[in-house]
Design a protein around this ligand. Sequence first.
Ligand code: TXE
Length: 483
Amino acid sequence: MKPVKYIKNYIGGALVPPDSGDYLDNVSPFNGEVYSHIPDSDASDVKKAVEAAERAFPEWSTCGAEKRFRILTRLADIIEQNLEDFAHAESLDSGKPITMSRSVDIPRAHSNIRFFATAIMHFASESHHMEGDAINFTLRQPIGVIGCISPWNLPLYLFTWKIAPALAAGNCVVAKPSEITPMTAFLLAKACDEAGVPPGVLNIIHGLGPKAGQAIVEHPKIKAISFTGGTTTGREIARIAAPMFKKLSLELGGKNPNIIFADCDFDKMIFDTLRSSFSNNGQICLCGSRIFVERPIYEKFKEEFVKRTRFLKIGDPFLPITDLGAISSKSHMEKVFSYIELAKVEGGEILCGGNIIEQEGKLEGGFYLSPTVIEGLPHDARTNREEIFGPVVTIMPFDTEEEVISYANSVVYGLSATIWTKDVTRANRVAEKLEAGVVWVNCWLKRDLRTPFGGMKSSGVGREGGLEALRFFTEPKNVCIKY
Ligand code: TXE
């Protein structure tokens, strides 16, 4: 399961070149060099993938939950058996530390598959008895061909988070990974072959969003789209899909508040806040990028947080001591850096970091940024309203619960939030008022796959996870029988 020079599309169970014969460079953020090439696919490749999926659908949708359970479980086992290859490919492609690929990304990818392989075995629906003369029951039937489009920050983790429930529910899938991080999706295609996933059940198309991605969204035989990515792109996808009455699941951006009350467990809070600020270089839509600290402990927090941030090791993603690897792409690094410049213009003070790190030796040419902490900005500065999606956080004090809730809710996003306090009554009171789809209290990124996952406002539409996902990927039909 090693990276290849020329990645291929996976259509009808075969690894095939793009119809156009054209390829795009795949750059490793590790050193900024082109290390492979991906198909520059277009509508003709997508058309073939949809046709393969349509051919596979009748058998796959009626073969029974147990058969789908067995095949998907085999696929999960193969990923687990090849964890090191998948982890290496993920870090080479994304720049994330190998320690994260090994402990988070790849294990969560096979857990996603296993979770939904088992969930479908227990997926039941409801019936409603009408006194005396009728019984209703609800069928939850697979939809048909589904489009799954995923981003570059957690490549295989989010790719399988969509594909697994779609397949478990009996649908067939045309999936497109990000062109920034295509390699583990290619390795997944090879794993499907080994697992005996029937041809056409899963089809993987590589290429650019506005070209290959848009062709998936536009295809009339694709009945539902599950997308994770930027809010701008989500809006564009909805513009096309809504008039075609496609089901839509949109997991978009975030600008998540991290609310720290003075009575919190300081040591636990500071440890998790470092994680929630800088994990994956802040390239997780759930990272807490706006940190609000109750005034009595603001100075203590600022001193300890900046000290620990300065101690983070940035560099070679393949060294176990590395905390932060490379930023996913040159253009994204430049975008993140532009926000650091904006923060200065808006009157912010850079307490640590704030610079692009010019590496030498084998990392020369790679994309590295120092983790950055900014204070002194008003809550409604652009830096505090717009998603930066990098190792950049702002900190500010607050005095009252009402004040911090109004700050937290003052942005267009509503994805997740974190609250640190020992006062459980206050935690519940604040959680109820926060405009967020996920609220963590005295923890961060503690994930139970059965729970509804997603955001509100400009963070998206719908929920993934557990039964929410299986219900998204099925059509409910009520049958009423009079007797
Ligand atoms: O995502 P895009 P990008 C945020 C983050 C980031 C911004 C843009 O702020 O800076 O989004 O990141 C495909 N039709 N998040 O550019 O463009 C594209 O090929 C169909 C948050 O990487 O949204 C890729 O496969 N598909 C997010 C996928 O969409 C299209 C994680 C995501 O790309 C398309 C990543 C189109 N018109 C970025 N345009 C999260 N919520 O976790 C692009 N794509």
